[in-house]
Every structure is written in C-alpha cells, then in structure tokens.
Ligand binder design. Structure first.
Ligand code: ZN
Length: 390
C-alpha cells in the first residue's frame, strides 16, 4: 500500500512545555531510517525555538511540519473566551483530564471568540515556517466532558448563550420543544431508532436530530471562516475528528468537514480509556443517557456493535472507516494510538498489528500514528512500521 505516514508529538499545553528540542531530534533520528514519515504534527506549547529548530530539521528531509492547534478548547488558557451555556443558563466547565489539558470549551458560534483564537495563532505561531495546521477540538464537548456524572448530558445539550438563542430563533429552531424532549423516557439512548453510516442516526423525536444538525452546521460555518484565514497564509489544513458514530454528538458532520481540509484524521482509538477513545466516549454516552442493560443492548443491535469486545469492536471500526473513506471529500488518515500509558492507553504490538492490518483495507490514504510519539515504546513503532512498509 502506498501509504502516507503522519506522526504526532505532544509538546505540552499552552501554559507548560514538557519536551526539549533535543528529545524530539533524538526520537526522529531513531525512527526515520525505518519509518517513511510524510508529516510531523506537533503542538501546542508556545515555545518558538522548539518549532523553529524542528522546522529546520524536517525541511532538510522534505517532511511536512504541521502545528497541532486546539481551537474551541484549551485556547481559553491564553485569552478570555465566551463560555458555553447549558440549558439551565449555567456556564459549562470542563473536566481536567491532565494538568496540561483542560477540556473547557468556548462557544463556537461566537465570531469574537474565533477572532481571539486566530489572534493566538498570530501571536505565538505565525512567524514559524509550518507547512500547515492540524486543527483539534473543532467540536462541542462530549458526554465524557462533565466534571461529575450527569454533567456530560448538559455538555452535549449546549449551547444556550444569548448569542446562540438568537441564532436558533433565526433558524426557526424551537428550544422549548427540545427541553421537553430530553427528560422523556425512550426505548434506546436519546431515542435513537437507527444508524446508517457516517454519524447519520435517526431519532424518535425529529427535534433531537434537528438539534445535532444545527450544531454541526455551526461548527462547519465557524470552521469555514477559520480555514479561510489559514488558506490565506498558504497553510495546509488537517482535521482531528471523532470516529463517525460519535461525531454526531459533538457537532461534527465529517463529510461536510472533509470538504474544508486537505486530510481528515478520525481518532480510531480502540484502546484509549480517555477523551476521544472509542470505549471511553461510548461508555460516557451510555452512562449520561441513563442506559440500563436493555437500552445498551438495543443500542448495540442498532449499530451492529458488540459492546463487550475489548479492545473496541474491530469489525464495527473497520465499517466506520470504510463508510467514511467512501464519502469523504479529502484523504482519510486513520488515527491509531502508538503511545502507551498505564490504565489510559494499554497499547502493545499485538493491538497495533490487528488495527493497522485491518485498516489498510478500508480505503484510507494513510495513518496518523498518535497521539504522542515521545511516549511510544520502540516495539510499537517498529511493529507499525513493519506493516505499513509492506
Ligand atoms: Zn453559544
């Protein structure tokens, strides 16, 4: 397979860098002889020297260099942004997964927020010769985002800030009707009655479907604006997105988004027990929608997904990728974990072999080895390289 390999390096959050250039150079020097890397994505600690030195290293080797840039979350650490508001009118606060990442989201429907976020890029990164930007957190919070159980639901049923309420009115969306719906008992989580592909669900109540479509429309509109600004700087654009069946609940319409960028990376994290991980996000969804055993099993049946498989159901994941590749307007790079973190990402060569082998036959254009090369044991990288190069 003629396969593009992208690797991701986490350099630390906006307030704290956790790596040195020497570490990056040493790791790249050790893997480049056997792994044909096409792009390196690194971010997002604001340390200009780290990026300038890495840019020079990669330019000499004809490797593209993308800034990993979070958009609607994390940026609040550097500038004051208008927060999301839940249906009770309260500001939404995110979970603090790690000290380096805060997972608080701002309202993506607010032009002033977008301008402030773009100003962060301008101030901290515009002078560095990146080939492109890799945009992460281009979404609303997920069911996993609550500070405590019960909060995740309110995170997903947002935003009801004055600005959004006005927008909904203009779009003829009836907020009161939605509020009545989500306390009702349904036979399956959220009253889902069917799943087709690429995040397309049918719901018992059309208002729920309308709400998710409205949110996806907002993300798409705001991203169009953001991408125009990066295109004007002649930067390439990649998107970090949820896997299709989870993307609906965070306001991502992957097919629409694929028309805005050069490549899209769905996070097919079957072994990650943290945000964006498939088992983690699904469990949060089922928990936050109060799914009992009957609802869980009905959801599994509707999606043809075995909820008991560990790591996450491979044949379902393959189908998700196939459907996305068949409809995506841009190349799809499958995001696969190669780092190992105790209890969070128990990633070993056997898992990498199983995922990479199966994903190569789905129509993807490449792999994004995620989410931090510096935490990846050599045996994991060697395993991935061995299969990809064949
Ligand atoms: Zn809002």
């Amino acid at each position: 397979m003629d396969c593009k390999v992208t690797i991701q390096i986490f350099s630390g959050g906006f307030l704290k860098e956790i790596i040195s250039y020497e570490e990056v150079e040493q790791k790249l020097n050790s893997i480049l002889p056997y792994l044909p890397v096409h792009k390196v994505i690194m971010g997002w600690s604001p340390d200009k020297t780290l990026y300038e030195k890495t840019a020079a290293f990669l330019a000499k080797r004809n490797i593209n260099f993308y800034l990993w840039f979070p958009v609607f979350s994390e940026t609040g650490a550097l500038t004051e942004l208008e927060p999301l508001v839940d249906y009770k009118g309260e500001h939404i606060r995110g979970r603090e997964e790690q000290r380096e990442e805060n997972f608080s989201f701002c309202c993506p429907n607010n032009l002033l927020n977008i301008e402030k976020i773009l100003a962060i890029f301008e101030r901290n990164f515009a002078s560095i010769p990146f080939t492109g930007v890799f945009l992460d957190k281009i979404r609303y919070p997920s069911f996993a985002n609550g500070l405590e159980p019960g909060n995740g639901f309110n995170n997903v049923f947002s935003c009801f800030c004055p600005h959004c309420l006005e927008y909904y009115k203009k779009e003829n969306f009836n907020v009161d009707q939605l509020k009545e719906i989500h306390i009702n008992q349904t036979a399956s989580p959220l009253g889902i009655t069917g799943y087709h592909s690429n995040g397309n669900y049918t719901f018992e109540a059309p208002i729920v479907s309308d709400f998710f479509k409205l949110k996806a429309g907002i993300i798409n509109k705001s991203l169009s604006h953001i991408c125009r600004c990066f295109r004007e700087k002649s930067l390439g654009i990649g998107f970090d997105v949820f896997t299709p069946f989870l993307s609906t609940f965070v306001g991502q319409d992957l097919i629409a988004l694929s028309g805005l960028c050069d490549f899209i990376k769905p996070m097919m994290y079957r072994a990650t027990n943290a945000p964006a991980g498939m088992p983690f996000e699904l469990e949060a969804m089922l928990r936050e929608t109060n799914a009992d055993e009957i609802k869980r099993s009905s959801f599994g049946k509707l999606l043809n997904l075995d909820l008991n498989k560990k790591p996450f159901d491979l044949s379902f994941t393959v189908k998700e990728l196939q459907d996305l590749c068949a409809s995506s307007a841009c190349p799809v790079y499958a995001g696969v974990e190669i780092n190992r973190k105790k209890n969070i990402a128990e990633v070993f060569p056997g898992y990498i072999e199983e995922s990479v082998m199966a994903f190569t036959k789905t129509g993807i254009a490449g792999f994004a080895l995620s989410w931090n090369l510096l935490d990846a044991p050599e045996e994991n990288i060697v395993k991935a390289a061995g299969i990809i190069k064949k």
